[in-house]
Design a protein around this ligand. Structure first.
Ligand code: PAF
Length: 284
């Protein structure tokens, strides 16, 4: 696997692969990779001949009080993991390479509606930062397909919308969340948890499962179920940000007639914000 740091080298390497008739897959990341990221690369490698990953901790998607400086930079370990997972090319640009004229004058991509509410409400500007950097990366790599984790459910919905609305010829694949044995969704942020918080963390997934089982069993009093779920995670030490049932595609508040649902939550354990979700297709 080659690692390149600028757009010119990236384009040259991708052009070489294309000239050999290879289809290109892309997995954008912010590094500090775990088995969840490896699963995205493996999925891409199963579908295409040439897999590009990127590692870029994107300042544009972090709020002023968020953990940009604290975000772990672990390039050597990440390279090793990418090689094992079957990646062919790593793009690891600097902030200067991505935003040469500075972020203040950077053209932005915003996806209305889907970016509002849920994580968008507590992280203003976050999805504009994600949509902007992902659009730039898509234009740089020009992949045939790109793979994202379903753990970031709202992010995946935003990316599907931007690709559709901007007519980008890229297939977006959502890969199921990889979980620890006790159910906790793998996330770079899990590394911030104390041992005690780590023990409590799987309760978030258990609360999602509890709501999902009740809905599958015919219960439609979402408010009551969600109040129970919030109480369940609060009892384990979480401070809920949101815990909701939404329509699985447009993310509008779910009605009792909806068949495609996502139960979606964000909650703090200490200062660490964890997110998770469970997608339910009642017709499946
Ligand atoms: O999910 C992430 O790691 C980031 O939001 C992404 C998609 C790489 C954009 O910076």
């Amino acid at each position: 696997m080659n690692t390149v740091k600028n757009v010119k080298e990236l384009r040259a390497a991708v052009a070489r692969a294309r000239s050999e008739g290879k289809r290109i897959g892309f997995v954008p990341t912010m590094g500090n990779l775990h088995s969840g990221h490896a699963a995205l690369v493996t999925k891409a490698a199963q579908r295409v001949d040439f897999v590009v990953a990127s590692i870029f901790v994107n300042p544009l998607q972090f709020g002023p009080s968020e953990d940009l400086d604290k975000y772990p930079r672990t390039l050597a370990a990440d390279q090793e993991r990418l090689i094992q997972a079957g990646c062919h090319l790593l793009f690891a640009p600097t902030v200067q390479e991505m935003y040469p004229d500075g972020m203040a004058v950077q053209t932005r991509v915003s996806v209305p509606h889907l970016s509002e509410g849920l994580c968008g409400a507590s992280r203003p500007g976050h999805f504009e930062g994600v949509a902007t950097v992902v659009s730039k990366l898509f234009n740089m790599v020009q992949p045939d397909l790109a793979v994202f984790g379903q753990k970031d459910y709202q992010q995946l919905a935003v990316i599907r919308a931007l690709v559709r609305d901007l007519n980008m010829p890229i297939q977006i694949i959502g890969e199921p969340t990889v979980r620890a044995e006790d159910g906790l969704a793998l996330s770079s942020r899990n590394g911030y948890l104390t041992a005690e918080q780590r023990n409590a963390a799987p309760v978030l997934y258990r609360a999602l499962q509890h709501v999902a089982q009740a809905i599958t069993g015919g219960e439609r009093d979402y408010e009551r179920l969600l109040a129970e779920a919030r109480a369940q995670i609060e009892a384990a030490g979480f401070k809920p940000d949101y815990f909701e049932v939404r329509h699985g595609i447009n993310l509008r508040p779910a009605t009792t007639e909806d068949r495609d649902l996502v139960i979606i939550a964000a909650a703090y354990l200490g200062t660490t914000r964890l997110i998770d979700n469970l997608h339910l297709n009642l017709d499946a």
